[in-house]
Design a protein around this ligand. Structure first.
Ligand SMILES: NC(=O)c1ccc[n+]([C@@H]2O[C@H](COP(=O)([O-])OP(=O)(O)OC[C@H]3O[C@@H](n4cnc5c(N)ncnc54)[C@H](OP(=O)(O)O)[C@@H]3O)[C@@H](O)[C@H]2O)c1
Length: 281
């Protein structure tokens, strides 16, 4: 495993398991498989409605809590609720969260950020960050914050490389973490000829080549999977390296193509949407 040291000195694994769209049973099984394989970073969110299952998997794994890096996100309809983080800790069945993010730049995200700062200062959150914020919205947080964001989690993959955004983040020492690192499993991306060629050369899968490209770019990845073979394969990224020429070849696939487009209407709908967090298994 390779690690990144965040701008507040916290050490974070560069690869973890994602749990978006996984039911509680699927999330529990995938996280348990991942932890057994050697993963130590887990990404969940209030909105995935599987935080309790993630907490159960951690307990079942028998791995010491301090050896796991647990990341979750607060949902917009909870930003103004004083107990939003307390309830998140309860669902995860843990005393602290390693990294907490504002999930969306919707509603009163400043209130959500202030709440995260409060818990950060109390030591119940080790690092805080943002997700799906653009440059202007990140700047707004930088202008008012007492604790700088350590991470931006956003859509990054070979078709959407976010070069300009990365340069902006570098200036502030904010690390980037890719969601949809594999283009949400898009076959067109996974079967690009360059990935097939490199997969043959290194005796790896095309997914492993894409994930390795992210890591060498300094991007933290959290591929999602409920397939035990994929979970295992995706972990073995640290026994080979792509050459500079191969990295450039992959860089040339960029087409600023997103699979998800944020709109003001969507952001408004997020504020109204209340994830059924209390009803989860
Ligand atoms: N902050 C946000 O707003 C946000 C948004 C989206 C996602 N996320 C986070 O980012 C994580 C990653 O995103 P994602 O899971 O949606 O997309 P992804 O990691 O890009 O792709 C996941 C898809 O790829 C397939 N896959 C995984 N490994 C594979 C392999 N080795 N070979 C072939 N196919 C493979 C999975 O299917 P199998 O199950 O069959 O392996 C799944 O369908 C999420 O789980 C979540 O934690 C955050």
């Amino acid at each position: 495993m390779e690690y990144l040291v965040l701008n507040n000195g916290i050490k974070m694994p560069m690869e973890g398991i994602g749990t978006f769209l996984l039911s509680p049973d699927e999330a529990e099984q995938s996280v348990l498989n991942a932890l057994k394989t050697g993963y130590r970073l887990i990404d969940t969110a209030n909105a995935y409605v599987n935080e309790k299952a993630v907490g159960r998997a951690i307990k079942k794994s028998g791995i010491t809590r301090e050896d796991i890096f647990l990341e979750t996100k607060i949902w917009p309809s909870f930003y103004e609720q004083e107990d939003a983080i307390e309830k998140t800790l309860e669902r995860l069945d843990t005393d602290y969260i390693d990294l907490l993010l504002i999930h969306q730049p919707a509603g009163n995200y400043i209130a959500g950020y202030r709440l995260m700062e409060k818990y950060y200062k109390e030591g119940k959150i080790k690092a805080i960050g943002l997700s799906n914020f653009n440059k202007e919205q990140i700047q707004e947080i930088l202008d008012i914050c007492e604790v700088e964001p350590a991470i931006l989690q956003t859509e990054v993959h070979p078709y959407n490389q976010e070069k300009e955004l990365k340069e902006f983040l570098d200036k502030y020492g904010i690390a980037i973490q890719a969601w949809y690192p594999l283009g949400h499993g898009d076959k067109t991306l996974l079967e690009e000829p360059v990935f097939n060629k490199l997969a043959k050369k290194y005796k790896k899968s095309t997914a492993q080549i894409i994930l390795r490209w992210h890591i060498q770019n300094g991007t933290i990845v959290i591929p999602g999977s409920k397939n035990p073979d994929h979970i295992r394969d995706n972990f073995y990224l640290f026994d080979f390296s792509l050459t500079d020429e191969e990295m450039s070849e992959i860089n040339s696939l960029n087409q600023d193509k997103r699979y998800y487009t944020s709109t003001p209407e969507l952001l408004d709908s997020y504020v109204k949407m209340v994830p059924p967090v209390d009803e989860q298994k």
